[in-house]
Design a binder for this molecule. Sequence first.
Ligand code: PMP
Length: 416
Amino acid sequence: NLPATVGAELLVPLADGRVTDYANFDHGASAPCLESVRAAVEAALPSYASVHRGNGYASRITTQWYERARAEVHAFVGARADDQVIFTRQTTDALNLLARAVPADATVIVFESEHHAALLPWPAERTIRLAAPSSATQAVTAVADALRTAPEGPRLVVVTGASNVTGEIFPIAEIAAVAKAHAARVCLDAAQLAPHRLVDIAELEVDWVALSGHKLYAPYGTGALIGRADWLNTADPYLYGGGATETVSAEGTVWNQGPARHEGGSPNVIGAIALAAACAAITKHREAIEQHERSLLARLRTGLAQVPGVATYSIFGEEADRVGTVCFTVDGLNSTVVSAALSAEYGIGVRDGKFCAHPLVGHLLADSAEHATAVRASLGLGTTREHVDRLVNAIRTLATVGLTSTYEESTHGCQP
Ligand code: PMP
């Protein structure tokens, strides 16, 4: 199980008398805060002040914290010296920011298997949507073919690091190499990958990375877009206001270059501190986290494979490398009913629905006469072997014995 040093990162949840030893299999949506993140926030709370504005001691310290947080996030993804880190609200915000900075004559290439946050922000008339890939090789070929026939001008390939539905890892370096050969840029949606695997911008040779703090064991409200400055420095500011400007006069406004251009308004300093602390903790424990999650994922997948009536779904096939996420359905049971029963009867939290990836879920379930939605179990640092066994046993009981209570069916499904 988890080494003690890593285990010490887990906060003890407040017991409210209803759920004891909650088995959280919803890390893919949001992961609970780490101890070192809580400590970093708590240390900053008593003395933070204005940032980038005041000359008082507290203001200067706060500005230092904020810029140190930026440097930590920069290092977390192995960014190049001239890459910039722009703090955003989350991945959705980061990708929308980049979409605003895409040159007017650019073509965007994106797989339909993306999360809506990566699928939707791009200008429709200049976006080429590729079908969900059938294999890693086909994914690379599809990008190459699209680039070969795309109109002249700048191009951007948008690709996820790991699918939020199946956890499968995309062939990022290979896609980036093909993009480079066609002088195209690459944006990596690392929302699901960064919490579980090393993301190294320079090594992968991608141009931008987007990530979310709340999936990286920091609280909500902070994410980042990290990468090349050029498109961003010539784009209109994301938010018009103080902080984004160099000078404002009757003659006009000169906007800042660098991150400040797109960080108009007072920044979320505490959020940045939290995100940076999470990045530092994940980096420190990376090997243990990966080992822990790999072994639990193998146990979960083996366990579910032995339950009759359970189907698991994948984009690339069983052999694909993946983070700790499994997407499945249970014959005869609506996915909402499965997740409601897991919660009510077993203290297990999973997600059901279409996971803000409607085209991908439609593709994965295309052959299913019964299911339009699925169940997603995503594990993380706090997951234990007992949690995995509890989930597998619960699914076995539901699949073989059936329900002991009634639950409302639903075909909903677009929470993150
Ligand atoms: N991309 C992927 C792959 C995701 O899993 C998510 C969140 N489910 C997002 C983007 C959007 O993240 P956020 O809601 O934090 O903006």
